[in-house]
Design a protein around this ligand. Structure first.
Ligand SMILES: CC(=O)SCCNC(=O)CCNC(=O)[C@H](O)C(C)(C)COP(=O)(O)OP(=O)(O)OC[C@H]1O[C@@H](n2cnc3c(N)ncnc32)[C@H](O)[C@@H]1OP(=O)(O)O
Ligand SMILES: CC(C)C(=O)C(=O)O
Length: 565
């Protein structure tokens, strides 16, 4: 890289006299209604693919865009290829265009291409004819070899031709659109001069407006500068009430979404872009993100992304490009938390979120369910996770609602496993660790059977346990089955807590019991768990499990330890 990049990349200031817009008003504005959306997935998106879409893919994309709710769709650059031309014909002749949808077609400002473009839309009910020529100084010099007047004349001549050709196809309602290509790199006074010349040629009215589209063909500045450019143009355009000001941001600096939002605040009425930001180089502005940013602020975008995963898969099929897992709103990982404190907050937030109440779940800007995404994938567990995520997965996937202190103890066991493996843990992995830790009782005592009996006004128990296949029968007495079992197994242990709940429902329902025991050697306590179809048996299994944990925590050799009989 260069030591003095300014020599190669001098900053560009498009404002007349090099002054910026000091009396800008856009920072105070809020977006309280959606702009007119125009999808250029089938044109700008399509021209940026390794393999442009074939007819089948184009039709699939078109139908999906209609289903989402787009009312303006740029369907082709018909003069560019027979595929594009034929696709427009198929849409029209096959009557695939709904009444409330207007197709748009793009052409360079060259007569034979404009004529071919009009040919493509013959018979359409309504069509937007969009033409462009670059207006920026380097394009004037390098591409056209023309001065300002020459480049303006290209635009004026084409605008006139467009109006004339439209009058020859009276059955179609035409809307005219002009783009001074590379608007972002064009001196503002010249951009407005050319646009006003085109507007004069078209003589739009508020009833029959034209569209002036101001593309960030290449994104060249921070979004606030683009917003200043848009506000400046909006102030200087003739017949502003008869002009729909449109923006077409590209994402070269990674700020196309911000640029589009600020441009709308600055006066733009319409936004052109692609789903998930497909498009030339770093892409066109992402219309999904724009729409859902609005939605997350309580403004319905007028587009339906309630089945966003289906939209994503269709776009991937049509473009043959993958969507990044961290792409806003749609990426596989965006409703997922790995880190412990995030998981904890999300779990608590989901638990208290009430239907119909304002959304207030930490870390999730929108409810995944609104986009047809599920909560199951919200929380994932790896070495950065804490008890919250682990508990959430075990509860949602296996129905286990561990007591809070047990969650803490169990998360240390999981942490050791994730540290050792370096892998993400799925619900099934966590369940396997839970089973090994609390239910399998390997190397410890295993529950066999028990019988309860009356012992005066107390409860007696005969409890059969085994270790390494060798059964032992223990007896104990207490003020209930749990107390009696504890006396049978380890009378010196103290019961700190006991919780149980159902696992599942109906005839398959089982009970899970959680027992916390402490002893002089382990005053902090340890947990055990037991699962059984019978609630008392589940509790006694949990005591056996907790006794095993207590012995292990005390460093006792379970093989040689004495049991009371
Ligand atoms: C920013 C954008 O996305 S703009 C849209 C870009 N999309 C496309 O280009 C679609 C695919 N393009 C094509 O199929 C072809 O380029 C066509 C059919 C449009 C034109 O093909 P060709 O006539 O062979 O020209 P070519 O592709 O070489 O383009 C360069 C010519 O276009 C001219 N040109 C470029 N833009 C414009 C314009 N907006 N208006 C008029 N002429 C233009 C150039 O001056 C150059 O002319 P020259 O050959 O006389 O020097
Ligand atoms: C033709 C125009 C709108 C364009 O695609 C661009 O400038 O990026």
């Amino acid at each position: 890289m260069l030591k003095r990049p300014n020599e190669k990349y001098p900053p560009f200031n498009p404002f007349p006299g090099g002054r910026s817009l000091s009396d800008r008003t856009w920072p105070e504005r809020r977006i309280d209604q959606p702009p007119v959306w125009m999808s250029t997935d089938l044109r700008d998106g399509n021209q940026a693919l390794f393999e442009p879409m074939d007819g089948e893919r184009k039709m699939r994309m078109f139908k999906m865009l209609v289903d989402i709710g787009f009312k303006e769709i740029e369907v082709a650059f018909p003069a560019a290829s027979q595929t594009d031309f034929d696709f427009v014909r198929t849409l029209i002749e096959g009557e695939h265009i709904p009444e409330d949808v207007t197709i748009e077609v793009l052409t360079q400002a060259r007569e034979h291409l404009v004529r071919r473009t009009f040919e493509s839309v013959r018979g359409a009910r309504r069509a937007i004819i969009h033409f462009y020529n670059a207006t920026a100084p380097n394009f004037r010099r390098i591409v056209f070899g023309q001065d300002r007047a020459g480049v303006r004349q290209i635009a004026v001549d084409t605008a006139r031709l467009v109006r004339q050709l439209a009058s020859e196809q009276p059955d179609t309602e035409f809307v005219f659109q002009y783009s001074p290509e590379v608007f972002t790199g064009t001196e503002l006074d010249f951009a407005v001069e050319v646009c006003n010349a085109v507007i004069a040629e078209w003589a739009p009215t508020p009833e029959r407006p034209c569209i002036i589209n101001l593309p960030a063909t290449v994104e060249m500045s921070t979004p606030n500068v683009y917003a200043d450019q848009i506000e400046w143009v909006c102030r200087h355009l003739d017949r502003r009430d008869a002009v729909i000001v449109s923006v077409h941001p590209h994402n070269d600096r990674g700020t196309a979404v911000a640029a589009a939002e600020l441009a709308v605040m600055a006066g733009a009425d319409r936004v052109e872009g692609c789903l998930f930001g497909n498009g030339e180089r770093t892409g066109n502005v992402d219309l999904v993100t724009l729409a859902l940013n609005l939605y997350s602020q309580g403004v319905h975008p007028g587009l339906d992304f309630s089945r966003i995963n289906e939209v994503a898969r269709t776009v991937e099929h049509c473009t043959q490009l993958p969507i990044h897992p961290r792409h806003p709103y749609v990426g596989d990982l965006v409703f997922t938390a790995f880190s412990g404190s995030h998981q904890d907050a999300i779990k608590k937030g989901l638990a208290v979120q009430q239907a119909g109440a304002p959304w207030a779940v930490p870390y999730l800007p929108v409810d995944p369910a609104d986009l047809g995404r599920s909560y199951e994938s919200v929380i994932r567990v790896n070495s950065q996770s804490g008890k919250g995520g682990i508990a959430y997965l075990l509860e949602t996937e296996y129905g286990l609602a561990m007591p809070r202190r047990m969650q803490v103890a169990f998360s240390a066991v999981v942490q050791a496993a994730t540290d050792a493996s370096g892998r993400e843990m799925k619900g099934a992995d966590l369940w396997a660790i839970f089973e090994t830790t609390y239910l399998a009782n390997d190397n410890g005592l295993a529950y066999g059977e028990h019988h309860l009996f009356e012992h005066g006004d107390q409860q007696g128990i005969t409890l059969t346990v085994s270790r390494a296949g060798q059964a032992q029968v223990l007896r104990g007495v207490g003020n209930g089955p749990i107390d009696a079992a504890l006396h049978a197994l380890m009378p010196q242990a103290r019961l700190l807590s006991y919780e149980e709940h159902n696992l599942g429902q109906g005839s398959d329902a089982r009970a899970v019991a959680y027992i916390e025991l402490a002893s002089d050697a382990v005053p902090g306590g340890v947990f055990g768990a037991g699962i059984d179809g019978n609630i008392v048996t589940a509790s006694i299994r949990a005591i056996v499990s907790a006794v095993n944990q207590l012995r292990r925590a005390a460093g006792e050799d379970t093989e040689s330890s004495q049991m009371s009989a």
